[in-house]
Design a protein around this ligand. Sequence first.
Ligand SMILES: Nc1ncnc2c1ncn2[C@@H]1O[C@H](COP(=O)(O)OP(=O)(O)OP(=O)(O)O)[C@@H](O)[C@H]1O
Length: 320
Amino acid sequence: MLAWRDVVVRYPGFELRLDLEVARGETLALLGPSGSGKSSALRVAAGLERPAAGRVFFGERDVTDLPPERRGVGFVFQDYALFPHLTVERNVTFGLEERGWERDRIRRRVGELLAKMGLEAHARKKPEQLSGGERQRVALARALAPEPAVLLLDEPLGALDLRLRERLLLELRRVLSDEKVTAVFVTHDQTEAFVTAGRVAIVKDGRLVQQGAPEQVFERPADAWTARFLGHKNVLEPRQAARLGLAERWTVLLPGALGLGAGPLEARVRERLFYGPRVGVWLEARGVRLYWEGPEAGAPPEGARVRLTIDPARAVEVRP
Ligand SMILES: Nc1ncnc2c1ncn2[C@@H]1O[C@H](COP(=O)(O)OP(=O)(O)OP(=O)(O)O)[C@@H](O)[C@H]1O
């Protein structure tokens, strides 16, 4: 449905090269650290920026030379604010009038979206009377209103606090799936990407390093950098793996690889971190720092000596 074909974007000191497709109805997360080129990729798809080379397709249509308003995309970008002088309802209605929709159809669509986004009670407020999360929901409703073929979201939950993000994440996921829209969203947060997207594409320094279903990229990260970026804490150099009795190669220990309580290795508990539902424990075994996480009941205290096993089936090789 959406494809970047050999797209190149250049700025002084930076180059993005992207060849990537998104299927109809799919939600793709572009995941990468700050400055990796995610927003540039999205701006090219939206038509806010022209690539130095390559083409952008929506289905069979080459849209590279079309301005944003002729592409049939909806976008929610952080710097694309709501209209401050219009009410919530008018913000959502505006684009539909511009497109010449009939009154009744507008009324139905706007009512449906305000309900879906939980905004009915705020319909007559102005943006300045809304919380950050409410504004974000209005922006999403406004972008979805014209039933765009493609929806592009840049850090849609970026500025919100943790609890609100979690709630909106669920809403976003539900809305994207019932609207059956093809969506691409940019984030630097792997949890956000994993929870919301059917597929993630990981970008580093302007290059695509890996793409696949969340489970697949998490369990089989392409290399040590990607593993760490995705949140793996036990990424072992070959020497460290060998010291722990594993094959001498770059290794990621997947969650569940470490068993505490019995086993051939002895470890010392260096730090014990209480997170609430889980406890994190940093261990040292044969001079290698290892991380274990589990329920509080199974977590040993700081300073304790514990026996340790490593399940070789949960130890996967990665490229350096
Ligand atoms: N208009 C521009 N002119 C010059 N350089 C730019 C421009 N836009 C972006 N860049 C540079 O290109 C690189 C990629 O920027 P981009 O915004 O695509 O990254 P990002 O992955 O979205 O980062 P973030 O998560 O911080 O938003 C950065 O080094 C940035 O400084």
